[in-house]
Design a protein. Structure first.
Length: 174
């Protein structure tokens, strides 16, 4: 069985896509996912399944679309993928809460950072199907413009590390 971390896009952000995490767990369990757990209120799910990545993603997206009455984007990553990502983030000295990882539906294009406007000294790195951004002055007031992240969903590095820890624990429980 594979352990997946599911990152939902536009859930419980800015008053849209309201979904209590208990409901998200119930939706996932109805899809046959096992050992389902959530983390914080922003659409983070960890589960175990025998389905392929594509099958699990399709089931979850269909169930969420039925719940919301509109399409819902889900990004799946394995613990190994999150571990690899964590080791490739180039901002080693940055505070984890100042690093935002945007998970994309596919590999970022070679020119993904070309149109970036970073007035506060933000730095970004393309890491395959993720883009990491360091916000040296914090994210709250940043005026960063980075069109390449628009189709994705973002989590700070603290959240990514916690989700990796949860996935590893679930793998160890097998």
């Amino acid at each position: 069985m594979t352990v997946f971390v599911a990152l939902l896009r536009a859930v419980n952000v800015g008053g849209t896509g309201k979904l209590p995490m208990a409901d998200l767990r119930a939706i996932a369990e109805r899809q046959g996912f096992r050992d389902v757990a959530t983390y914080i209120q922003s659409g983070n799910l960890v589960f175990r399944t025998e389905l392929t990545r594509q099958e699990a993603q399709a089931r979850l997206e269909e169930a969420l679309a039925a719940h919301f009455g509109r399409s819902a984007d889900v990004f799946l990553r394995t613990a190994e993928e999150l571990q690899s990502l964590s080791g490739r983030i180039p901002f080693a000295d940055a505070a984890p809460n100042q690093v935002l990882i945007t998970f994309l539906p596919e590999e970022a294009s070679a020119d993904a950072l070309e149109h970036m406007i970073a007035p506060d000294g933000e730095q970004a790195a393309v890491l395959g199907s993720e883009i990491a951004v360091h916000f040296p002055n914090g994210m709250g007031r940043s005026k960063l413009k980075l069109p390449a992240v628009k189709p994705g969903t973002a989590r700070n590095l603290n959240t990514v590390h916690k989700l990796l820890e949860m996935a590893r624990q679930l793998e160890g429980a097998a």
